[in-house]
Design a protein around this ligand. Structure first.
Ligand code: 13P
Ligand code: SF4
Length: 314
């Protein structure tokens, strides 16, 4: 019974893959996918990357449609950067819980409590929050942007782990969290014990952690980087084995790009990222669903913080 189903499924995926390619051409669409997407979604995408790379890519899209396989804030950012394009997300429930931890009211209140302090927001936030921000950042450029901000007191949100990571590297400034302790539930499930066990089993490996990991995990890491930063480190390092402390989709990308190296991952999943199946990508192209819209006045304000980020990091 099981034997009969496995090839049938593979065939189905191949058929869907071909169907997606056909519809993509018919719609004049591009597919952008985050590093955490399912293997079959990564394989059909025109471009796979981290939040920063995807924003840059979205800015240069000339096709009519962007099918964005990532979470809400990423697709919104694409729409804000390239408002003339129609942006679709294959599953409208792909909402990042960390982004949901910061409301625009929290930002407005923090600004009143710290007059004159600029707002630096992780891109993992709603467009409405970004509209209240002075600067946006991703995990790839948060330290660089934080250093470049002239003021000493800076409001930062929503990820407390990223804030700590930045604070350690920019000690001359004070970063005030909004909300008190925002976090990523997926990275929060990665424990120092798991990393310790993996290191014991594979002592020659280097540990690469995402800055959204807890301090205990970050302290064990040889490198801390954004998802695409992990790929760069693994590519350039003379080491041949790596422990990867982030969502499991990243290990697929790493193994595909660097088949000669070994990657040990912690097997945590971001359930919201994984909502986009190949069938939903196909349906998105066929039926034009689910379209991302951002109110014009919010988009125009949010664009300023995103553009500043792009200009400051080249
Ligand atoms: P990256 O920008 O490093 O890909 O991270 C995005 C994210 O949501 C990580 O959880
Ligand atoms: Fe949001 Fe965490 Fe999922 Fe990234 S891994 S999209 S921060 S919930």
């Amino acid at each position: 019974m099981l034997k009969a189903r496995v090839p049938a499924m593979a065939e189905n995926l191949q058929e869907l893959h071909n169907e997606v390619l056909r519809l993509k051409t018919a719609r004049n669409a591009v597919i952008l996918a985050h590093n955490y997407q399912l293997p079959e979604v990564q394989d059909v995408a025109d471009f796979v990357g981290d939040s920063l790379e995807l924003s840059r890519k979205a800015a240069g899209v000339e096709a009519d449609w962007i099918i964005f396989c990532g979470v809400d804030f990423m697709a919104e950012t694409a729409k804000i950067i390239n408002p003339g394009k129609r942006v679709f997300i294959p599953d409208a429930r792909a909402l990042c819980p960390m982004a949901g931890m910061l409301d625009v009211e929290d930002v407005v209140r923090a600004k009143k409590e710290h007059p004159g302090a600029p707002v630096l927001l992780y891109v993992n936030t709603s467009a409405a929050c970004k509209a209240e921000a002075d600067y946006a950042c991703t995990s790839a450029n948060a330290v660089q942007i934080a250093k470049a901000i002239p003021e000493k007191e800076v409001l930062f949100g929503p990820d407390f782990n990223l804030l700590e990571f930045v604070q350690e590297r920019v000690p001359e400034k004070n970063f005030h969290p909004m909300p008190a302790r925002g976090f990523c539930p997926t990275h929060g499930r990665i424990t120092a014990l798991e990393i310790y066990d993996l290191k014991k089993a594979h002592p020659a490996s280097e540990i690469i952690a995402h800055p959204e990991c807890t301090r205990n995990v970050r302290e064990m890491a040889d490198h801390i980087a954004s998802t695409s930063g992990m790929l760069k480190i693994a590519r350039e390092s003379p080491a041949t084995e790596f422990i990867i402390a982030t969502e499991c989709g990243m290990a697929y990308r790493l193994r595909k790009e660097l088949p000669q190296k070994k990657f040990y991952d912690v097997n945590v999943t971001c359930p919201r990222m994984k909502l986009h199946t190949l069938k939903k990508v196909r349906d998105s192209l066929e039926f034009g669903q689910y379209e991302i819209t951002v109110p014009k006045e919010i988009a125009e304000k949010a664009l300023k913080s995103i553009q500043r980020m792009m200009q400051m990091t080249g």
